[in-house]
Design a protein around this ligand. Structure first.
Ligand code: ARG
Length: 470
C-alpha cells in the first residue's frame, strides 16, 4: 500500500494559519480543501468588505489610522492586479480571502496582519457572498427588464394578430399573439418581484459576527453595514455565519424564472416547426444540420429550455448541502458558491438568448390564419351565444354546439361557413344573429372582460405594462 503522499511543508503550509502545524497537508487534502478556483469570483466583494472593515477598525480605535490607510491603498492595488490579470492566485492559500490577505502582507508588511482583527473567514465569506448575490440580483433585474421590453415591442405590434390559443396543446379559443406574449411579460414581472423580495433578506450584514459568537473588540457593525449599503447588521451572530437561506431563495427564484423561460422556449420550438410555421427564426438563432440540408433547428430555444434543469440542479445541490447541518459554520458550506455562481451566469445567458429570440422572431400571419380554420375554435362562442341570446342553459348549449361541431366535421366545414338552415336543423332557436360571433376576429373582439384577449385590451395592457415594468 502506498502511503498518503504529503506535500512539502515549506511550500504548502498555510502562512495564515499554519502556526501549530509541522507538516504540509496530504496532496489530496490540499486539492479538496482549496476553493480558490471558484471563490476568486468574490474578489471585488472581498476587497470592498475588507476596506469597510479596516475603516471601521480605525474609526473605533482598534487599529491606527495610518495602518488603515496602508491597508486601503494595498487593497486598491490588489484590485487593480486582479482586474488586469496580473494577480497570481495560489491554491496553497486555499481561498480568495487568504490570497488577498497574503498579497497584502507582501505589499505593505505588518499592517496587513491587523486587517483580520475582530473578524473571521466565517463572517467574511458570508458577507462577500451576500454582496455577490445582491449584485447578481441587480444585474438580473436589468436583463429581465430588457426581455420584457422586447416582448412588449412584439406584443404591441401583434396586439390584433389572431392565432389559435391552446389548452392541452389542442386548439381551444382564438386569441391574439400579443395577448399570448403579454402572459410572459407578467410572469417575468413576478420573477423580478421575487428577486426584489429575496434581496431584502440578502441585504443584511453578517460582518462582525466573527467566527460565530461576536467579538470582544469594540467594533461598530452598523458602520460596516452602512458602508456596504446593507440595510442593517444581522441580529444574531450565529445565524449570521450559518445562514444560507438567502442563497437558496436566490436559486429558487432563478429556478422559477428558468422554468418560465423554458416554457417560452418550448413554445418557440413548436411555433417554428414547419407543421405550425407560426414564427420564423433567422439564421442568427438557429443552426443547420450537417446531414439534412433543409433543417433550421431552433438551438438557442432548445438550450434555454434545457437550462431550467441546470438551475433547479443548483437549487437542489445547495438545499441538500445545507440540510441537517449543525450550526454554526461547517466546511460543507464552502460548496455553496459553485451552484450559485453557475446559476447566476446560466440565468443571465438564458435571458439574453431569449431576448435575442424574441427580437428575431417573425410572425407568419398566413400560417396563423390557416391554423385558425381547424379545431372549430369558435365553438365556445356559439355555446355562449345560445346562452346569451336564446336563453339556453349552458350545459344544454354545450351539447347542442357539440352536435353542430360534429356536423361541421363531417361536412369538412368551419362553423362560420355552415348555413343557418343546417344549424336550425340541430336547434330551432338559432337565428341569423349567430353569425355575429362565429368568425374568429369577432370572437376575439368580444373577449373584453378584464385581462381578456380583445385587441383594444391588449393595446391597453401593453401601455399599462410599460408603466409598471419599464
Ligand atoms: N473558503 C471558505 C468558504 O468558502 C471560507 C470560510 C472558511 N472558514 C473556516 N472556518 N475554515 O466557506
Amino acid at each position: 500500500m502506498k502511503k498518503n503522499k504529503r506535500t512539502t511543508p515549506s511550500k504548502t503550509l498555510n502562512p495564515l494559519w499554519g502556526g501549530h502545524y509541522a507538516k504540509g497537508p496530504a496532496e489530496i487534502m490540499a486539492k479538496i480543501n482549496a476553493s480558490i478556483d471558484v471563490d476568486r469570483q468574490l474578489y471585488a466583494q472581498d476587497i470592498g468588505a475588507s476596506k469597510a472593515h479596516a475603516a471601521m477598525l480605525a474609526a473605533t480605535g482598534i487599529i491606527s489610522k495610518s495602518d488603515a490607510k496602508a491597508i486601503a491603498l494595498g487593497l486598491d492595488k490588489i484590485l487593480k492586479e486582479i482586474v488586469s490579470g496580473k494577480f497570481k492566485f495560489s491554491a496553497v492559500l486555499e481561498d480568495i480571502h487568504m490570497n488577498v490577505e497574503q498579497r497584502l502582507a507582501e505589499l505593505i508588511g505588518d499592517p496587513a496582519g491587523r486587517m483580520h482583527t475582530a473578524r473571521s473567514r466565517n463572517d467574511q465569506v458570508a458577507c462577500d457572498f451576500r454582496l455577490w448575490v445582491r449584485d447578481a440580483i441587480d444585474a438580473l433585474d436589468v436583463t429581465l427588464k430588457g426581455l420584457q421590453k422586447a416582448l412588449l415591442y412584439q406584443a404591441e405590434k401583434h396586439s390584433a394578430t389572431l392565432m389559435p390559443g391552446f389548452t392541452h396543446l389542442q386548439p381551444a379559443q382564438p386569441i391574439t399573439f400579443g395577448h399570448h406574449l403579454m402572459a410572459y411579460v407578467e410572469m417575468l414581472g413576478r420573477d423580478r418581484a421575487r428577486f426584489e423580495d429575496c434581496r431584502k433578506r440578502v441585504n443584511e450584514s453578517p460582518l462582525g459576527a466573527a467566527a460565530l459568537a461576536g467579538t470582544s473588540f469594540p467594533i461598530n457593525r452598523h458602520m460596516t453595514a452602512k458602508a456596504l449599503l446593507f440595510d442593517r447588521p444581522m441580529a444574531n451572530s450565529i445565524d449570521a455565519v450559518s445562514a444560507r437561506d438567502f442563497a437558496l431563495e436566490f436559486l429558487a427564484a432563478a429556478s422559477i424564472c428558468g422554468m418560465h423561460l423554458s416554457r417560452f422556449a418550448e413554445e418557440v420550438t413548436i411555433w417554428a416547426n414547419p407543421a405550425f410555421s407560426f414564427v420564423k427564426l433567422s439564421e442568427a438563432f438557429t443552426s443547420g444540420s450537417s446531414i439534412m440540408p433543409q433543417k433550421r433547428n431552433p438551438d438557442a430555444a432548445e438550450l434555454v429550455r434545457a437550462k431550467a434543469g441546470r438551475l433547479l440542479g443548483a437549487f437542489t445541490t445547495l438545499l441538500v448541502v445545507m440540510k441537517g447541518l449543525a450550526l454554526a459554520y461547517a466546511k460543507d458550506m464552502q460548496e455553496d458558491k459553485e451552484p450559485v455562481f453557475d446559476a447566476g451566469a446560466t440565468l443571465q445567458l438564458a435571458i439574453a438568448a431569449t431576448t435575442g429570440i424574441v427580437n428575431d422572431m417573425k410572425v407568419n400571419k398566413a400560417a396563423l390564419d390557416k391554423a385558425l380554420e381547424s379545431g372549430f375554435i369558435t365553438a365556445t362562442d356559439l355555446a355562449d351565444w345560445l346562452v346569451r341570446v336564446a336563453n339556453v342553459p349552458f350545459r344544454q348549449a354545450h351539447h347542442i354546439t357539440g352536435k353542430i361541431v360534429r356536423y361541421a366535421e363531417q361536412k369538412k366545414s368551419t362553423l362560420d361557413k355552415l348555413s343557418l338552415k343546417e344549424m336550425q336543423q340541430i336547434d330551432q332557436r338559432i337565428t341569423k344573429e349567430v353569425f355575429s360571433v362565429l368568425r374568429v376576429d369577432q370572437a376575439v373582439k368580444s373577449r373584453k372582460s378584464f385581462g381578456g384577449t380583445a385587441p383594444e385590451l391588449v393595446k391597453q395592457a401593453v401601455k399599462d405594462a410599460k408603466k409598471r415594468y419599464l
